[in-house]
Design a protein. Structure first.
Length: 260
């Protein structure tokens, strides 16, 4: 799984979404993230088809929404997602939240069926806390590949990241820029000024230092490029310690059905 991907949440204009995906792929991105709930799977598929990049080179992930987590609905909605995306399989399919129709045995059993049939290459979970992660691992024969969670310098998620590492589960960070809140944080600004880069690049480089894959949302070419250039930013131990020392905590995604 490439360590930096393009997130597509709220990218609901068909042309803008397809153009952003194509721009990112042709710039060098090889990881695209979407979800049934985003309402843009067809547009993401258009962008992948538009780019001069082989499908086999693209790591594509989508997520099953909470009202589609009964076994039959998982199967039917995933087939619909594949149709919209214009692909035979996705590289990673997530349970979007352990909420709504989520039943651990039934839902994950359906995911295993999709995995066995080759329609998905990897099983993922999203927004799972340690107890939910452990339960998912216990219930599946196929490995749980990744847990996608909100993670950024204002919500570092140390305990959950360590728990996932104990189970050999990758961590994927959504909202890795805290939905814009990283801009202006003094510690991030000082590191950014030291390196002559943006706070966004610093935040993404910090996540990479922690072994976390980031999927920042971006629509304009300039933001897509700025995020991409974080891959060449090296943080030293002093930089990492300064960011680790941020004492502000700010969770940006907190629906009523969240498991925390």
């Amino acid at each position: 799984m490439p360590a930096l991907g393009l997130g597509t949440w709220q990218n609901t204009d068909p042309e803008d979404c397809a153009a952003a995906v194509a721009t990112a792929l042709e710039m060098g991105y090889r990881h695209i993230d979407t979800a049934q709930a985003y309402g843009n799977e067809e547009d993401v598929g258009d962008g992948i088809a538009r780019a001069d990049v082989a499908r086999d080179d693209v790591f594509l992930a989508t997520k099953v929404w909470i009202d589609q987590l009964a076994a039959d609905d998982v199967l039917a909605s995933t087939e619909e997602s594949l149709r919209k995306l214009g692909v035979d399989a996705v590289d990673l399919l997530y349970v979007h939240w352990p909420a709504g129709a989520y039943d651990p045995e039934e839902t994950l059993g359906a995911f295993e069926s999709l995995h066995e049939s080759g329609l998905i290459n990897r099983i993922g979970i999203s927004n799972f806390q340690p107890e939910g992660v452990a339960e998912a691992v216990e219930l599946t024969d196929a490995p749980i590949f990744a847990n996608q969670i909100e993670c950024h310098p204002l919500l570092p998620q140390e305990e959950l990241r360590a728990h996932c590492a104990d189970h050999n589960i990758e961590v994927v960070a959504y909202s890795p820029l805290a939905r814009g809140e990283v801009f202006g944080v003094p510690e991030l600004r000082s590191v950014a000024e030291k390196h002559g880069v943006s706070e966004a690049q610093v935040s993404l480089a910090w996540l990479r230092e922690k072994g976390v894959t980031a999927i920042p949302k971006a629509t304009s070419e300039s933001h897509i490029r700025d995020n991409w250039e974080s891959g060449s930013l090296g943080l030293d131990d002093e930089d990492v310690a300064r960011i680790d020392g941020i004492d502000r905590r700010d969770r940006r995604v907190d629906p009523d059905f969240a498991p925390w």
